[in-house]
Design a protein around this ligand. Sequence first.
Ligand SMILES: Cc1cc2nc3c(=O)[nH]c(=O)nc-3n(C[C@H](O)[C@H](O)[C@H](O)COP(=O)(O)OP(=O)(O)OC[C@H]3O[C@@H](n4cnc5c(N)ncnc54)[C@H](O)[C@@H]3O)c2cc1C
Length: 463
Amino acid sequence: MSELLASLRAAIGEPNVLTDAIDTAPYLKDWRGRYQGEALCVVRPGTTDEAAKIVQLCAADDVAIVPQGGNTGLCGGATPCGTGEVLISLTRLNRVRAVDIDNNTITVEAGCTLHAVREAASVADRLFPLSIASEGTATIGGNLSTNAGGVQVLRYGNSRDLTLGIEAVLPNGQIWNGLRGLRKDNTGYDLKHLFIGAEGTLGLITCAVLKLFPLPRSHTTAWVAIESPAAAIALLASLRSDFGDRVTAFEIIDATALELVVRHIPGSRQPLPVIPQWQVLIELSEFSASDSDADVIKCLTHASGVQDAMLAQNETQRRALWRLREDISEAQRIEGLSIKHDVSVPVSRIDEFIHKARAELVKNFPGIRVVCFGHIGDGNLHYNLSMPSAIENVKLIERDGEVNRVVHDLVNELGGSISAEHGLGQLKRDEIKRYKSGIEIELMQCIKHALDPGGLMNPGKVL
Ligand SMILES: Cc1cc2nc3c(=O)[nH]c(=O)nc-3n(C[C@H](O)[C@H](O)[C@H](O)COP(=O)(O)OP(=O)(O)OC[C@H]3O[C@@H](n4cnc5c(N)ncnc54)[C@H](O)[C@@H]3O)c2cc1C
């Protein structure tokens, strides 16, 4: 192994091969603190050629590789689960290679943070619409590898829908340049889609061509107390029929989630006098000088189930409303451990899921506390469970398998997915076998074997 370390140092420079525990520690623990790994070293290539050289050296020595971007993933996908792996951090690959305004595309390296890409697009008077609360740290490589979703999927789609081309380093160290900025290209299998959502198990994504959109001129942002999830879904339908694609976000938040934010995040204030059982954060994007505030108020006034509402009057208020939504994950982290689920069901079955899941959980785990929030507009809920008392919570966490069974079986019964946007990583690698058909698992294994016969790319994840 000392020979491999020496070759890696020669290939990318000594300072970019980290071996001291103090230097490698931040890379070896996941964001939630649930997984702690070990690695032979952490390497930080600065170019695609350097990344390819690292992979060639590792492949020659049969050493496994763990790719990592911003390390904000929530399934342990970027944390090594073996002992002698080389962790490749892509964060130095962080250049914006090109912005093509006429083609509405931006070409960015994998280590660019999502925030930096959104900023670069905005400077060019364009929107890159992927929007997630971790965007200051999460990278484009990580976003594509997890097929990240976020709050604007209902209008713009997820990372897969936003990607036109990629460049990748294959498990044998070859570079595949698929950086085509085409919206039409029917020339056989669309290979980029193999790498998107693969969580680093098929190769390293080093660069991508992403779609850009017109930059909205203004927003109408409303915080609405709503009687029930069913009423929220009916409201979404009427907003869409009145405003079409201008509806760009529609997030549901239950009372417990908001209470945690108000309790734990300094400066947070509930927007309405009383915290209702259910609320939705709605945003419409405007592309002309007109503003929809009056029309939105009219629509909310006529919708059934709307109990109260406030509209952001300026950008500061808009940001404050969004912060309440974005801070839910951090507030839960401060509150303590919980059993987390990132599930999706068809939008038409959301209400049924929420009612049936709560009834079944309360019956089996009396006193259980549900935190339910998420991107209801695209059928994705974050459904997190804990006990209010610390001692009871420890006992509940020990029974996470039983809790998962209730939630995931119901999701499956309703035609849903047990991982809507976070991926499988280590967390759901075994759980998924219960819900995917044998033929799907077999096809995935065939693809893995074809691209990575030595099983060196991110072992122990996904499959
Ligand atoms: C507060 C908070 C809010 C979040 N909100 C959302 C949300 O709304 N929607 C959502 O989808 N996710 C969300 N996430 C999860 C996370 O931010 C996303 O999964 C994100 O896309 C991960 O990016 P990353 O760069 O941090 O990837 P990492 O965590 O570093 O890696 C994630 C996976 O991708 C692989 N990988 C990383 N880079 C590469 C690469 N260049 N090539 C190949 N494989 C690679 C890793 O091996 C790992 O399997 C949230 C996380 C936090 C902490």
